[in-house]
Structures are given as C-alpha cells and as structure tokens.
Design a protein around this ligand. Structure first.
Ligand code: COI
Length: 358
C-alpha cells in the first residue's frame, strides 16, 4: 500500500444540513470540499482536497481569453447497502486526456485522477442523494492559468474536481429543434473534445430554439445540414422499426460514456445497435411511415432522456409512442448504481479512501 499523495484538510462547518435532497436543481448546490492540483514547470503537483473555495484569477488568464478549458461529468451513487459507488471512473480520465491533447493541454495522471475521485467521494458520501435517479455529480475541470495575451498554449494549469448533489437534468421528456442555420462542429474541429467553447457556441441557437418552444437543439452536420450529430447536452438514439441507430463518432460528436454504456447494455440484451450516419430525411420518412418508435438521449447528466418531439422545417414529429428500449437502459443503469442489477461489465466500483488505494 502506497501513501496517499493527496493532502487533505476538512471543513469545520459543513453546509450539508442546508441541502434539501427532495429539491435538487441540477448544478446549483456544491458539496463542502474540492480537489485541486497545479501544473507548473512541466509537472502536476500540490494534490490537495480542501474546503470548496473561490479562486483568485488574473484578468489576463488564458482560459478566459482563448478557451483552454476542458471538463468531465461523472456520477457517484449509493448502493442499496449504503456504499458510495463510482461508475466507470477510468473512462472519464481517458476522455479528459483525449480532450487535453486536442486542446494542447497537459494530460492529468490517470492514477492520481482515480485516487482523487475515490478519496473525494468517500469524503463527500453524506452528499450523495438517496433517491433513485439522483446522484452526486462530479465535475473535473482543467483550465489554463498563464496570464498573458498572446495566443499560445499556457505553461501553467489548474485541475479541480467539484462535487454536487443533483436530481435529473431533464425532469420531463425533451422536445428538439433540428438546427439548419448554426452548427456545433465540423470535421477537424473540436467537436469531440469536452471543451467549454462547444457549450458556449450552443447557447444562442438553444435560446432561439427555446423561444420557438423547444427544449434543445438537435445538431445536423456542418457540411450538408443532413446528418444528425447530437443534442449538445447528450448523444441521441433512434428506434426505427426493429433497428436501433445512433450517429457514429467520427470526430464531430462527443464520445459519450453513457452512449457506450447504452450500446453495451443493448448488445448484452440481444439488440444490435447500428452506429452509422443517420440523416434527418431517414427520420422524417420513418415518422411518416409510422416506424419511428422511440427517440432518446444519453448523457451522464441526462442519463436517458426521452424525446417527445422533433421539429424540422416547420413540422413537428410528435413521438407519442412508448419508451420501451430507453426505459430498459435507464432501469439497468439505475439498478447498477443501486447494486440491484448484476454488474456483468464491472462498471461500478466502491469508493475507497485514499488510505486503501495501492
Ligand atoms: C454531462 O452530461 O455530464 C455533461 O457534461 C453535459 C452537460 C450539459 C451537463
């Protein structure tokens, strides 16, 4: 057993008693502690967990000006026996480091990431909401820390992990507007990276969609506005007849970990999933023929979100059918988190304190 490299200082005044677990809007309440590390002189150092604090940041910070900012979203839950559990934590450090490479940022050490999430979740386990569907959301974030106005990669970075008790991201089925003016990502761009700018770019079209009466944008490809990409807050699946189809990941969409979880669960249950280009025309045709049975989104925050309606060129495709496939995946994921479903994949792992990590 090796000694933890994480320096821990605990709060003397927990805010936990102020939290109403029955009323948890997504992203509003932060737990008591956060993990931090700094990158200087070519290495990550000063690994620490301390009370959540504001940062003092110079106005010339490169992340603010040129967007070197990447993040992850992952969840911890409590098993039916009260054990804090992490879900596929290693997938999140692989993806964070893929985002880091694309954004010319330093990779974060995998082992330290795993130790940090275990230690933090073990410390903050009282913040894990008990209700099915709610969870402790972990937000790892890496930002540039140099203060300079030249367009170049920063030499200094900060890595943090915050945790937040959250309810479902979408409490109701979601209506989508297929977007034909704005784009999320083009081939060769940063669409696959979980970087701040991808979300910033979605805000204005999402506002227009909201004003038109829809919850979110459904992105089409940047070249022809023909092939469906993702929703921006989640990946998307279509059930057409007896086929389950999801856009393939070829660089313009996020490689969703819940997307992959859903595909694995479907395969395990005997369903084939077609990962391929799917055009909006194919969806419209399926709807007109009565074959569009289900549409759902997948994401860490959203888990599985049923789509109620998709608008394209002024026409609403209303999905009044069931959600058999989406519900089965959601039930399996929730059951895995609660420990009531057999974990055939070894995705769930009990959070260990830093002292038991070897
Ligand atoms: C997540 O699903 O964890 C995300 O980062 C998406 C964000 C819209 C909350």
């Amino acid at each position: 057993m090796s000694e933890s490299k994480i320096n821990i200082s605990k709060t003397e005044s927990s805010r936990l008693s102020e939290i109403d677990f029955d009323n948890l809007p997504f992203g509003k309440f932060f737990s008591d502690h956060m993990f931090q590390a700094d990158y200087e002189d070519g290495e990550w150092k000063d690994f620490r967990i301390a009370p959540l604090e504001n940062l003092s940041i110079h106005p010339g910070n490169l992340a603010w000006h040129y967007g070197q900012s990447i993040f992850e979203g992952m969840k911890a839950s409590k098993s039916k026996d009260g054990i804090p559990m992490l879900f596929r934590p290693e997938e999140h450090i692989y993806r964070l480091n893929a985002s880091a490479r694309r954004m010319c940022m330093p990779e974060f050490p995998e082992e330290m990431f795993i130790e940090a999430v275990h230690t933090l979740v073990e410390m903050e386990q009282g913040w894990i909401p008990p209700q099915e569907g709610a969870a402790l959301y972990l937000r790892p974030l890496m930002i540039a820390m140099d203060e300079a106005l030249g367009v170049r990669p920063s030499a200094k970075y900060k890595f943090m992990i915050m945790t937040l008790p959250v309810g479902p991201y979408y409490a109701q089925p979601v209506s989508l507007l297929a977007e034909e003016t704005y784009i999320r990502a083009a081939k060769g761009g940063v669409g696959e990276a979980k970087t701040a700018g991808n979300y910033a770019g979605s805000l204005y079209p999402a506002r227009l969609a909201k004003e038109a009466g829809y919850d979110q944008i459904m992105w089409l490809d940047a070249k022809e506005f023909k092939y469906i990409q993702e929703v921006g807050t989640m990946n998307i699946f279509f059930v057409i007849g007896d086929k389950i189809i999801t856009p393939e990941t070829t660089g313009t969409i996020l490689k969703g970990i819940t997307r992959n979880t859903a595909i694995e669960i479907l395969n395990f249950n005997g369903y084939q999933v077609e990962e391929r280009p799917i055009s909006i025309d194919e969806v419209v045709k399926a709807h007109n023929e009565g074959l569009l049975k289900e549409v759902f989104g997948t994401g860490t925050a959203a888990v599985i979100a049923k789509v109620s309606k998709i608008a394209y060129r002024g026409n609403d495709m209303v999905l009044s059918g069931g959600s058999e496939i989406g519900d089965m995946i959601k039930k399996t994921i929730n059951g895995l988190r609660l420990g009531t479903e057999i974990d055939h994949w070894n995705w769930t792992v009990a959070a260990k304190g830093s002292q038991v990590i070897v």
